[in-house]
Design a protein around this ligand. Structure first.
Ligand SMILES: [Zn+2]
Ligand SMILES: [Zn+2]
Length: 349
C-alpha cells in the first residue's frame, strides 16, 4: 500500500509499505478516503517537530481524516457504542485516551496523560491508503456529509471546543486573530452562537474575504491595519468580551490580550513555532484576563456531525484545493508558501 512518510524537515516521501494485518478486537481496518492538511502538520513538516515533540524515525502524519470501514475485529463498537460494520463511512477521532487517568476520569480525555494520537510520533497518521484505528474512535457519517467534510470534522471539533472554553453568549463581542481554517470555523460558530459584533484579522486578503462570508461583521488585513487599534476604535475603547488567537501564537497573543476588555477572556488556539508564550504580564493582570489554552477537543463529534449534516456549517466551502496522495509533498510546499487562495487542502484517495 502507498503511504506518505515524513523523514525530516521538509522531506516527505511517497513510499510502498506492507499491508496491515487483520484488525484485533475493538479495532477496524479502514480505507482512508480524505485527509485534511492541518497547521500542526505544516509545523511538523517545516521543523521536524511540534513543540518539544520530535520524531526519530519516518512518520506518517495526518490526523484530520475519514474513511470507509473494510474489516472489523471482535466487539468493534463505534463512538456511539453501536456495532461498527464494514462499508460504513466514518470520521475518525485521532486521539485515543486511556479512559482511566485522573484527567480522563474528570471528563477531560483531551488532556489524557497516557493517550496516543494519530500522526504524532510514535503513532502513524492517515496519509496512507489503509489504516488500523480503534473502533471507538469511529463516528459513522450520514450521506449528507461529503468525504472532505468528514475529514474536516476534526478542525470543526477544535473550533467547537474553543467556543466552549470561551463561554461566549448572545450579543457578546468577539475578535478572531488568524483566519485559517480553524479561525474561520470559530467565526462561523460565533455567528451561530449569537455573538455580535464579530471582528476578524488575517495577513491575507483572501482569508479576510472568507471571514466576512462566514459571519464576521468587520474584518481587516493586518499589516495595512493595526489590529488592536481597529478593535479599540470599533468598541469605543472597551475591547471585546472574548478574543481568540488562532494564528501562530507569536505577537498575536499580545494583540489578543490587548483587545480583550477588562475581565475578558482570551482563548489561545494557535501553536507557536518557538514553543514560547509571549505576553506582557501587567496587561493580563490589570485586566484580570482569563486565559484558556486549547488542547485538542473533547466530546465534539456528535455535535459537529449534527451541524455539518444540518448545513449549519458548510465544510466543503472551506476546501480550496483537493490533491492526490502523489501530489501531497508539493501540496505541503504550496501551503507553507502561502500560495494565494490556499485555504484548506484535502488529500483524497
Ligand atoms: Zn489539526
Ligand atoms: Zn487518560
Amino acid at each position: 500500500m502507498k503511504a506518505i512518510r515524513l523523514h525530516g524537515a521538509r522531506d516527505l516521501r511517497l513510499e510502498e509499505l506492507p499491508e496491515h494485518p487483520a484488525p484485533n478486537a475493538g479495532e477496524a481496518l479502514i480505507q482512508v478516503r480524505a485527509v485534511g492538511i492541518c497547521g500542526s502538520d505544516l509545523h511538523m513538516y517545516q521543523d521536524g517537530r511540534i513543540g518539544d515533540t520530535a520524531f526519530t524515525s519516518p512518520l506518517i502524519i495526518g490526523h484530520e481524516f475519514m474513511g470507509e470501514v473494510i474489516a472489523v475485529g471482535n466487539d468493534a463498537r463505534d463512538g456511539n457504542q453501536q456495532p461498527l460494520q464494514p462499508g460504513q463511512r466514518v470520521a475518525v477521532d485521532p486521539q485515543t485516551p486511556c479512559y482511566h487517568c485522573e484527567a480522563c476520569e474528570q471528563g477531560h480525555p483531551n488532556l489524557c496523560l497516557n493517550h496516543t494520537f494519530a500522526g504524532v510520533f510514535p503513532d502513524n497518521g492517515a496519509l496512507q491508503e489503509r489504516m488500523i484505528v480503534r473502533a471507538r474512535n469511529c463516528f459513522p457519517l450520514p450521506d449528507s456529509i461529503s468525504d472532505a467534510g468528514g475529514a474536516l470534522l476534526e478542525p470543526l471539533g477544535i473550533a467547537l471546543h474553543s467556543l466552549n472554553l470561551s463561554k461566549v453568549g448572545l450579543a457578546h463581542s468577539a475578535a478572531v486573530i488568524g483566519c485559517g481554517p480553524v479561525g474561520l470555523l470559530i467565526i462561523r460558530l460565533l455567528k451561530l452562537a449569537g455573538a455580535s459584533p464579530i471582528y476578524a484579522f488575517d495577513c491575507f486578503p483572501w482569508r479576510v474575504e472568507k471571514a466576512l462570508e462566514l459571519g464576521a461583521d468587520q474584518a481587516w488585513v493586518v499589516g495595512e491595519h493595526d489590529a488592536v487599534k481597529q478593535v479599540m476604535d470599533a468598541t469605543g475603547g472597551r475591547g471585546v468580551d472574548v478574543a481568540f488567537e488562532a494564528a501562530w501564537a507569536d505577537k498575536t497573543v499580545q494583540q489578543a490580550a490587548d483587545m480583550a476588555r477588562y475581565g475578558g477572556r482570551v482563548i489561545l488556539v494557535g501553536i507557536p513555532g518557538d514553543d514560547n508564550l509571549q505576553l506582557q504580564h501587567s496587561t493580563a493582570r490589570r485586566k484580570g484576563l482569563t486565559l484558556k489554552l486549547v488542547r485538542r477537543m473533547k466530546h465534539t463529534y456528535a455535535r459537529t456531525i449534527h451541524m455539518a449534516a444540518k448545513g449549519m456549517v458548510d465544510l466543503d466551502a472551506l476546501v480550496s484545493h483537493t490533491v492526490s496522495l502523489d501530489e501531497t509533498a508539493a501540496a505541503f510546499e504550496r501551503n507553507i508558501a502561502y500560495e494565494p487562495g490556499v485555504q484548506k487542502m484535502v488529500v483524497k484517495m
